[in-house]
Ligand binder design. Structure first.
Ligand code: ZN
Length: 175
């Protein structure tokens, strides 16, 4: 397995609508494994293919992060929300593409998601709490949408400027 570099906002590849996956081959199964490895290494609880610069409708997540909790990884191809609750939930979100930045986002408290697993099997499950927040956040990535797009323009601009500065500093450190 390989740990891949994660794109940092702003980047046009994070704003693109990702392409559906027609057939899950070995390369895509390997990509799902690499994404899980990359996510655990970060560490994070979710990662979507566009964050690696790939226009592929694939996300991974594992929100079982309590101490002693067993890993519960998901890899979802072509995920879609097929039902959402009227109840809403406000959760402080972060993103591996927007490091060290957190903001409250309001989303449906529960969702039912349908997807294809790496073996090609059709799956459906209901998510609530942190899992619901996470899966909606990751599906947004496949639509080219970031959690800061839910914030007021001024706040979003401040965060974008902070990220531009961070990217400049990282580029300088790497050169
Ligand atoms: Zn994210």
């Amino acid at each position: 397995m390989t740990i891949k570099p994660i794109l940092i906002h702003p980047d046009p590849r994070l704003k693109k609508v990702a392409e559906p996956v027609a057939e899950i081959d070995e390369a895509l199964q390997r990509l799902a494994e690499d994404m899980l490895e990359t996510m655990y290494d970060a560490p994070g609880i979710g990662l979507a293919a566009p964050q690696l610069g790939l226009s592929t409708r694939l996300l991974v997540m594992d929100c079982a992060k309590d101490e002693g909790a067993r890993p519960h990884p998901y890899a979802m191809f072509n995920p879609e929300v097929v039902w959402q609750s009227d109840d809403i939930n406000v959760h402080e979100e972060g993103c591996l593409s927007i490091p060290e930045t957190f903001a409250e986002v309001t989303r449906p408290a529960e969702v039912v998601v349908r997807w294809t697993d790496p073996s090609g099997e059709a799956m459906e499950d209901r998510f609530k709490g942190l899992w619901a927040t996470c899966v909606q956040h990751e599906i947004d990535h496949l639509e080219g949408k970031l959690f800061i797009d839910y914030l007021k323009p001024l706040k979003r601009q401040l965060i974008t400027r902070k990220m531009q500065k961070l990217k400049r500093e990282r580029a300088r450190a790497a050169s």
